[in-house]
Design a protein around this ligand. Structure first.
Ligand code: GLU
Length: 512
């Protein structure tokens, strides 16, 4: 038998913004596909019309564009196996549901929602759980309990029905999951899931299996929440007679809250102040805005790298991986069985690493927007590039640039109190103003800052002064605090005139 071409799909339902857990699922699918020279497909599973959310599909497409994960086929791209949106394939599913009824693997069920609700309540009152299954189905209104004539009549009268899968009694269903290993489930415990609904739409289960089959999907890599549905899926392949081409399954561990147990939710993000969605999302109904990685200043490469390592490791110390390196190194074998805790500090660390790799010229474009919003007009772009180059190693995001470089744009109006107490003693103002006067005399050429520094050093040693004390008071006068990059760099960027003026202003303002 020839090897099957690797074809994987990411199959989100457009029920809201895409959770980063979903992004990670898509990423693992992508890595696996690319590593094996396979296809990565985007299929939109929108058969549940009650959960449809305006704008969600577009959001999904935009998210992957931003992240740089390219699909080979799918919604918005096309391909030989389309359409890739299940609502556009609607007509196709009914015949598969009927085929299963005819083969004895499924049945019509005519019970109304009210009837089933009443049953559920009755069971609850007896402290039992109602399940439509091999034990209860005989007593309910379906094509297994009614005779053929009754069923034909109901169908002829167009009485609403659903088609349910008929799980055999007491059969062990086996599944070899690529991550979980061997999983066994007894069919008597499983409920006869609806495959086809009274609104003429298939349910997720039917559409998902039919489409995976028709789209020649070789591997299904998806979240762990789908593991309980997998025995049904395995049985559906058997019922259709498609076992030979049944995809291999890999169920990914959950992304967990940073603090405590349980699945990472939007609420955790709101509570702890980090995004759980790739892009900002405005709920079309409530207008509630949820933050996104993009808008929060993350670089897509950093998000990809971080997500890749939440649940997978390379087995080495390496943490920084480009997308190409991930394609090369990724392996399903090294995906953890256990949930991975989201770590905000690590997310910032990844962004920090990637921020350092971005060219200063590029970062300046975003920084300039921030400066503009603060009414700061910068004339000299080369100065800005130099500033970015100096401060970025202290920053995780472009939005941190300002706090680390504000003194380049505005002279201090006040001086940090604690630092003043410690660094500005009796006589300091006099010394600082002397230094200002001397620096003012230095010829203003390319070397003025080096010469100024040399002068300060000589002044300190000639007068047997404390070097830290003087340097820090100069910094305090120029920056307003003890923070900031290397003093010589500050001198160079601010220029002689500005430095002299700041030194004089501080000496005058602080007195002493
Ligand atoms: N539509 C399902 C979801 O929203 C897809 C699950 C699967 O990959 O089979 O996650």
């Amino acid at each position: 038998m020839t090897e099957r071409k690797v074809r994987v799909r990411f199959a989100p339902s457009p029920t809201g913004p895409l959770h980063i857990g979903g992004v990670r699922t898509a990423l693992y699918n992508y890595l696996f596909a690319k590593q094996n020279g396979g296809d990565f497909i985007l299929r939109i599973e929108d058969t549940d019309q009650t959960r449809f959310v305006e704008g969600a599909e577009n959001y999904i497409v935009e998210s992957f564009k931003w992240l740089g994960l390219k699909f080979d086929e799918g919604v918005g791209i096309g391909g030989d196996y389309g359409p890739y949106k299940q609502s556009e394939r609607k007509e196709l599913y009914k015949k598969y549901a009927i085929e299963l009824v005819e083969k004895g693997w499924a049945y019509y069920a005519f019970d109304t929602a009210e009837e089933l609700d009443a049953l559920r309540k009755q069971y609850e009152s007896e402290k039992k759980n109602f399940q439509y299954d091999c034990n209860t189905r005989k007593g309910l209104r379906n094509s297994l309990s009614l005779n053929k004539q009754e069923v034909d009549e109901l169908l002829a009268k167009d009485v609403a029905y659903v088609i349910r899968f008929k799980f055999p009694e007491n059969e062990d269903i086996h599944l070899d999951d690529l991550i979980r290993g061997h999983v066994k489930m007894n069919s008597s415990l499983l409920d006869d899931k609806v495959l086809y609904k009274s609104d003429g739409m298939p349910t997720y289960h039917l559409a998902n299996i039919v489409d995976d089959h028709l789209m020649c999907i070789s591997h299904v890599i998806r979240g762990e929440e789908w593991l309980p549905s997998c025995p049904l899926h395995v049985m559906l392949y058997k019922a259709f007679g498609w076992e030979d081409t049944m995809p291999k399954f890999a169920h990914l561990p959950l992304l967990l809250k940073p603090d405590g147990n349980g699945k990472l939710s939007k609420r955790d993000g709101d509570r702890l102040g980090f995004p759980v969605f790739p892009l900002q999302w405005t709920d079309p109904k409530s207008k509630e805005v949820s933050s996104g990685y993009r808008e929060s200043g993350y670089l897509p490469e950093a998000v990809i790298n971080m997500l890749a390592l939440l649940g997978w490791n390379s087995g080495t110390e390496q943490e920084i991986f480009s997308l190409d390196e991930l394609v090369e190194t990724f392996s399903i074998d090294r995906i953890s069985k256990h949930g991975a805790k989201f770590d905000l500090e690590k997310a910032k660390w990844f962004n920090h690493q990637y921020l350092q790799k971005v060219e200063d010229e590029k970062l300046v474009i975003d920084f300039q927007k921030d400066l503009k919003s603060r009414d700061i007009e910068i004339v000299d772009e080369s100065k800005l590039i130099a500033i970015v180059g100096l401060v970025k190693e202290r920053c995780n995001f472009v939005k941190d640039f300002w706090d680390n470089s504000d003194y380049f744009f505005v002279a201090p109006e006040t001086y940090a109190e604690k630092a003043l107490k410690k660094r500005w003693k009796e006589g300091t103002s006099e010394r600082i103003s002397f230094i200002a006067t001397e620096i003012a005399k230095i010829e203003d050429n390319n070397l003025w800052a080096d010469n100024a520094e040399e002068f300060i050093m000589k002044y300190i040693s000639d007068n047997e002064l404390n070097m830290g004390q003087i340097m820090n008071s100069i910094r305090l006068a120029v920056v307003g605090d003890t923070k900031g990059v290397n003093m010589l760099d500050i001198l160079k960027i601010l220029g002689k005139e500005e430095i002299v003026s700041r030194l004089n202003t501080a000496a005058k303002k602080i007195g002493l």
